[in-house]
Design a protein around this ligand. Structure first.
Ligand code: ZN
Length: 250
């Protein structure tokens, strides 16, 4: 089965549309690792697309915050402002759907799906020492996570944790992707990157395609209509830095 794995859309409609167009007909199932809303200007459209295409969605911290205003004390000012803005504009059905999303980790086929870390849904998995702790505390061969907005993740092979941060395609390779061939006996913590607000220095929308039988992961980056997404944020009266950071991928 070919699986589209994506995360951290953050109500960026232009980025989500680019992913939609780039992946049409290329997958049999899709899973979403959370943060459908928050920061961007099109929360209802993002929720509608994810609901229509992806039965299995894990909740993110921004989904919780925007739907129920839980956990705002952990947010910086612009994130909290965006969460309140989103909360006020979410349609009732969208709010109910967000509130009902399950916390990770959730088992899906042979995969473990989570927003932050398998040990704590709100933890940012950033460094190899954290990854080593997760590998030691769990038994699954593959976890998929989001939350950091950094494409790649970690592998455990021969008791060594390897950072897969170089998994990203080159910034100038339009529509390009890199391939990770999963090795028997190795274990993985994999991050598809963020669709709508990348923070790994590459502004392009990120997602991953997994071929389960072949054990093959493609990490994709694709350009999207950045200026339109920025204009919508500014027109909505959301904090301007949320528009600026999209161009930097930070
Ligand atoms: Zn996020």
């Amino acid at each position: 089965m070919r699986v589209l794995i994506y995360s951290d859309i953050h109500a960026n409609w232009e980025a989500l549309q680019a992913v939609h167009e780039a992946t049409a007909g290329r997958y049999d199932a899709s899973v979403c690792l959370g943060d459908v809303v928050g920061y961007g200007a099109n929360p209802n459209e993002a929720v509608a697309w994810v609901r229509a295409t992806t039965p299995d969605v894990i909740r993110g911290n921004h989904d919780r915050a925007c739907a129920g205003l839980h956990g705002l004390e952990w947010f910086n000012q612009s994130a909290a402002t965006a969460a309140r803005w989103t909360h006020a504009r979410l349609e009732e059905g969208a709010t109910d759907w967000l509130n009902a999303l399950p916390a990770g980790p959730v088992r899906w086929h042979e995969l473990s799906l989570v927003h932050g870390s398998p040990l704590n849904e709100d933890e940012y998995l950033i460094d190899p020492a954290q990854a080593a702790g997760v590998f030691a505390a769990t038994t699954e061969a593959s976890h998929w996570f989001g939350h950091t907005h950094v494409q790649g993740g970690f592998a455990l092979a021969d008791d060594q944790v390897i950072v897969l941060g170089d998994a990203r395609p080159e910034a100038d390779s339009e529509g390009g992707h890199t391939v990770l061939q999963l090795q028997p006996g190795a274990r993985y913590l994999l991050n598809p990157g963020s669709v709508g607000q990348p923070r790994d220095g590459d502004w392009r929308a990120a997602f991953a395609l997994l071929d389960e039988e072949a054990g093959r992961v493609e990490f994709h980056r694709i350009p999207y209509d950045l200026s339109s997404a920025q204009a919508r944020i500014l027109e909505a009266g959301l904090p301007p830095q949320l528009a600026r950071r999209l161009a930097k991928g930070k």
